[in-house]
Write a protein that binds this ligand. Structure first.
Ligand SMILES: Nc1ncnc2c1ncn2[C@@H]1O[C@H](COP(=O)(O)OP(=O)(O)O)[C@@H](O)[C@H]1O
Ligand SMILES: [Mg+2]
Length: 257
């Protein structure tokens, strides 16, 4: 069964593309068939996060304009998952009709993720309409959650379900909203809380999802957990060595007096 999930947010810069790229990496490493689509045609950067060469000939824009068949827009990432990039040269593009094109891919993939534009607009509407369910990404800051609430209301008005919320860039600071507060504001369950980590930014600057750089740091492990929640499957059990590496990677906070 193929599940199509739109990953949206109220605000930009909260980590949608980062989360989408790393879910694809984590599941692909485990042998799942995953396709990620850059549904942010007004500000595409999924290809940059994933190191897709700018020379990739066919984009989502060509597909939407009915100038190319969706199969020809698919880029094969070396790790195994597939990517449909959007054009960097055409920022006025529309996304309507995506649903019709995606219907040709049902059954091929376990999961199709649409990396959406932020906010509530026609571009986001198209991504939501093309999906089976919607996942919201927010940071634990109040303005981000407030805007996520607008996005959740928008999704529900379109008759779609908010399957869950991913809280990203958690720093553990006092002012941050707690997961249960976020759940009650958004009326949706938190699928996971991803910590802020310098390695995430470092990996993006090289066009590699952090999961492929280090699958054992906390953000990678949390994203793997979220990925299996989306698939509604239990993650495979970790080996003793994997558990040990994760334990060794856990930051130990020593309070000196
Ligand atoms: N967990 C994280 N830890 C550190 N930096 C992060 C994390 N998630 C995202 N970022 C950084 O935040 C910025 C915005 O992320 P991005 O995924 O592009 O957001 P969006 O797609 O929602 O606009 C990127 O520069 C990325 O490096
Ligand atoms: Mg993005």
């Amino acid at each position: 069964m193929t599940k199509i999930v739109a990953v949206i947010s109220g605000k930009g810069g909260v980590g949608k593309t980062t989360i989408v790229s790393n879910i694809a990496a984590a599941l692909s490493k485990a042998g799942k068939h995953v396709l990620v689509i850059d549904g942010n045609v007004s500000g595409p950067n999924l290809a940059t996060h994933l190191g897709v060469p700018e020379t990739h000939p066919v984009t989502l824009n060509d597909v939407i304009k009915n100038e190319a068949y969706i199969l020809h827009a698919i880029y094969q990432h070396p790790v195994g998952f597939k990517v449909i990039p959007a054009s960097m040269a055409e920022l006025e593009a529309e996304l309507g009709g995506l649903e019709k094109h995606l219907s040709r891919l049902i059954g091929v993939y376990d999961l199709i993720l649409i990396d959406s534009a932020p906010g509530v607009n026609d571009e986001v509407r198209a991504a939501v309409e093309a999906s089976d369910e919607v996942v919201l990404v927010t940071t634990p800051e109040l303005p981000s959650v407030q805007n996520a609430k607008m996005a959740a209301d928008f999704v529900r008005k379109l008759g779609k379900e908010v399957a869950g919320v991913i809280v990203n860039m958690h720093r553990g600071e006092k002012h941050e909203l707690k997961p249960h507060d976020i759940e009650s504001v958004l009326n949706a369950r938190v699928l996971g809380v991803v910590k802020e980590h310098g390695k995430v930014r470092g990996a993006i600057s090289k066009g590699i999802p952090v999961y492929l750089v280090d699958p054992y740091i906390k953000p990678s492990r949390e994203i793997r957990k979220i990925a299996y929640l989306l698939l509604e499957e239990n993650p495979p059990k970790e080996s003793f060595t994997e558990k040990l590496i994760s334990l060794l990677k856990t930051e130990v906070h020593v309070h000196l007096r």
